[in-house]
Design a protein around this ligand. Structure first.
Ligand code: ADP
Ligand code: MG
Length: 238
């Protein structure tokens, strides 16, 4: 676990600025949800946290380390994407163990990590299956398994549920929250779904066109939106 500090971060693509100085303090162990319309910069910010995108200016720190120039695999972060492509030719166990293997872990360490993750996510009976033999929800749990297997300091989720049907989305929401309550890993979770934000977040960050409009607890935003944009976003149906 670690705090994450995003300080006055800007990002330009080819001279066009898409993030205009974003500051977000994230406490150790918090579940922070970034919301905002499509194109406002949520994924770009997550990719910068993961080290997959350069920071044009500003700083990102994880714990007490500024990570602006730290390679993704040295950041101790795990990311779950919307398109959780599993390796089709690998079993569930191998899918989950792959990132440990890439980092040079031995067989004993890999199997320990995989078994722990499988136990947490109730995947133990499915370890020998292949992705095509799993339901959508099970596949999504394997994708989460791949993320938690390394016991990272920070989890990043980019709209992980948006490809699932409504019923499964509700179930996975609960599951991700329970996972967080159990592991207390600092989490940054991106969604454009207000219900997800309201039910999952310790803190919601409302973004709009590359800036932070407001951040606060779900109740604070609901009770005291700073402006019309926040009120409209938090108050409107999904
Ligand atoms: P969100 O995840 O909130 O929908 P994104 O972070 O994906 O938004 O995108 C923010 C803005 O940055 C958009 O205008 C998008 O077109 C632009 N953008 C994202 N990635 C790139 C890229 N690699 N090159 C150029 N523009 C990009
Ligand atoms: Mg996005």
């Amino acid at each position: 676990m670690s705090s994450v500090q995003i300080r006055d971060v800007r990002k330009s693509f080819g001279g066009f600025e898409v993030l205009h100085g974003v500051t977000i303090p994230i406490e150790d162990g918090a579940f922070v949800v970034l919301v905002g319309p499509s194109g406002c910069g949520k994924s770009t910010l997550l990719r910068m946290l993961a080290g997959l995108e350069n920071i044009t200016s500003g700083t990102i720190s994880i714990g007490d380390r500024v990570v602006n120039n730290v390679q993704p695999k040295e950041r101790d972060i795990a990311m779950v994407f919307q398109n959780y492509a599993l390796y089709p030719h690998m079993t569930v166990a191998d899918n989950m163990g792959f990132s440990l293997k890439l980092r040079g872990a031995g067989a004993a360490e890999i199997s320990k990590g995989v078994n722990r993750a499988a136990e947490i996510l109730a995947l133990t009976p499915l370890l020998d299956r292949y992705p095509r033999q799993l339901s959508g929800g099970q596949r999504q749990r394997v994708a989460m398994g791949r993320a938690i297997v390394r016991d990272p300091q920070v989890f990043l989720f980019d709209e992980p549920l948006s490809n699932l049907d409504a019923k499964l989305r509700v179930a996975m929401r609960t599951e991700i929250k329970e996972l967080h309550q159990r592991l207390k890993t600092t989490t940054v979770y991106v969604t454009h779904d207000q219900i997800e934000a309201m039910t999952m977040a310790d803190k919601i960050v409302v973004m709009h066109d590359g800036i932070v409009e407001q951040m606060g607890s779900p109740l604070e935003l609901y009770d005291k939106p700073d402006n019309q944009f926040v009120a409209g976003f938090i108050g409107s149906p999904a």
